[in-house]
Design a protein around this ligand. Sequence first.
Ligand SMILES: Cc1cc2nc3c(=O)[nH]c(=O)nc-3n(C[C@H](O)[C@H](O)[C@H](O)COP(=O)(O)OP(=O)(O)OC[C@H]3O[C@@H](n4cnc5c(N)ncnc54)[C@H](O)[C@@H]3O)c2cc1C
Length: 125
Amino acid sequence: MPVPSFTTTCLGNRIIARDVYEFLLQKPEGFSYKAGQFVLFDVPLMENPADIQTRAFSIASAPQEKELLFVAKMKEGGRASRWIAEALNAGSSVRLQGPFGVSFHRDEYWCGTLSCTAYRSTGVR
Ligand SMILES: Cc1cc2nc3c(=O)[nH]c(=O)nc-3n(C[C@H](O)[C@H](O)[C@H](O)COP(=O)(O)OP(=O)(O)OC[C@H]3O[C@@H](n4cnc5c(N)ncnc54)[C@H](O)[C@@H]3O)c2cc1C
């Protein structure tokens, strides 16, 4: 089955702690997910925007929230880290694939997740 891909717009990006950014994306039409899932962003190399690789980020917003929230911890010199810190601003176009992952919250119990950002998406009511 082909992986769904979407193009959307960044609504804002800000530093919330040392080396940690929080960015908000418009939820693309037809994009639905379960709490705890993640997406793959198309991440350009800063020196050559035609050179694209994907990076995984957990969706920190809950499915019922209007927008998609992500939290990124910077890795020095990392491709996605540089893209988020240097290029991702309100109005930027963002391409993503997903959602992926089967590590999500069910009403009766908590499943393991890969990062704490995924926990936020399961906790918002
Ligand atoms: C399912 C999943 C969900 C995730 N969710 C999140 C999330 O919500 N938030 C989050 O912050 N991260 C998350 N991650 C991690 C994220 O995908 C990235 O791995 C992370 O952001 C670093 O990516 P980067 O492109 O910035 O760094 P990369 O470019 O991958 O580099 C990583 C480090 O290696 C160094 N490096 C790269 N190439 C070389 C080289 N040739 N020689 C020496 N050093 C090198 C870089 O300088 C950097 O320090 C998730 C990962 C997975 C698998």
